[in-house]
Write a protein that binds this ligand. Structure first.
Ligand SMILES: CCCCCCCC(=O)SCCNC(=O)CCNC(=O)[C@H](O)C(C)(C)COP(=O)(O)OP(=O)(O)OC[C@H]1O[C@@H](n2cnc3c(N)ncnc32)[C@H](O)[C@@H]1OP(=O)(O)O
Length: 224
């Protein structure tokens, strides 16, 4: 069994909530791809577990097989959550993040695209995100908007925490392909006002307004 502590345990410096890590970008990219492939299978597992109709005995056998696989991954673990890290190239990674974490099988995951006028992301939500029958859970919609709006406020250069997030659910958001959009409306000192929305093929289903705050004393910190 190989153990992989390396520099992922290092936290020699700290900038705007990000921890400096001396892992080279090439190794970060390689490891991220490996964890991402595992998370994809975990996501598939969650969907399969929700929708399975196999007999009880088979469900229990699969449970036991999975417990053995969990024990293999537990053979070497970080002491706590994955956190947010960056290296000397300013490559940042947050593999456990609830919305975009590459290693997080319960993250959709959202792939946020930064553009000149804000951010957008295309995502397909399946059975694991259901609230009302066939529709996205309202809390999931809020979580995804919170993230993309927060990333829009941060603009990959500063830390911005959600202060207030106001949601307007205009109609049910169907499971399936969706688009999220967010843009900065205005800034007042450390306050960044952001609008966001979720749309399906028929138009906007959810609108949100948020006030994101740059915590006092956090430096600007450009990153990729
Ligand atoms: C790159 C990754 C992006 C990820 C995006 C994900 C976004 C998230 O989920 S963040 C997690 C959820 N949010 C949190 O946990 C935040 C918890 N709250 C806090 O940390 C603090 O209350 C924080 C940072 C919001 C404000 O703290 P602080 O910097 O001390 O604020 P403070 O100095 O009192 O106020 C500064 C200004 O903001 C305003 N303000 C403070 N809190 C709020 C609030 N909750 N809502 C609206 N405005 C607020 C104040 O009125 C003040 O305005 P003005 O300058 O006009 O008087």
């Amino acid at each position: 069994m190989t153990s992989r502590r390396s520099s992922l345990d290092a936290s020699a410096a700290h900038a705007g909530g990000f921890f400096l890590d001396d892992t080279p970008t090439e190794e970060v990219d390689r490891r991220e791809a490996v964890l991402e492939s595992l998370a994809g299978t975990v996501r598939d597992l969650v969907d399969a577990a929700i929708r399975t109709t196999v007999e009880d005995e088979e469900v229990l056998r699969v449970r036991d097989d999975l417990a053995a696989l969990v024990a293999r991954l537990r053979a070497s673990q970080l002491p706590g959550p994955a956190g947010v890290r960056f290296n000397a190239d300013r490559r940042s990674w947050n593999w456990g993040n609830a919305v975009v974490g590459a290693a997080n099988g319960i993250a959709p995951p959202l792939r946020v695209v930064h553009g000149p006028d804000g951010c957008h992301a295309d995502v397909r939500l399946g059975a694991a995100y259901e609230g009302p029958p066939g529709l996205v859970h309202g809390g999931v919609s809020a979580m995804l908007l919170d993230h993309i709006m927060g990333e829009t406020a941060s603009g990959r250069r500063r830390t911005a925490f959600t202060g207030t997030l106001t949601m307007r659910y205009r109609r049910g958001t169907p499971l399936g392909p969706l688009r999220l959009e967010a843009r900065v409306v205005r800034e007042e000192g450390r306050k960044i006002f952001v609008d966001g929305s979720i749309s399906d093929a028929g138009g906007v289903t959810v609108e949100a307004e948020g006030i994101f705050i740059q915590p006092a004393g956090t430096p600007e910190f450009p990153r990729t």
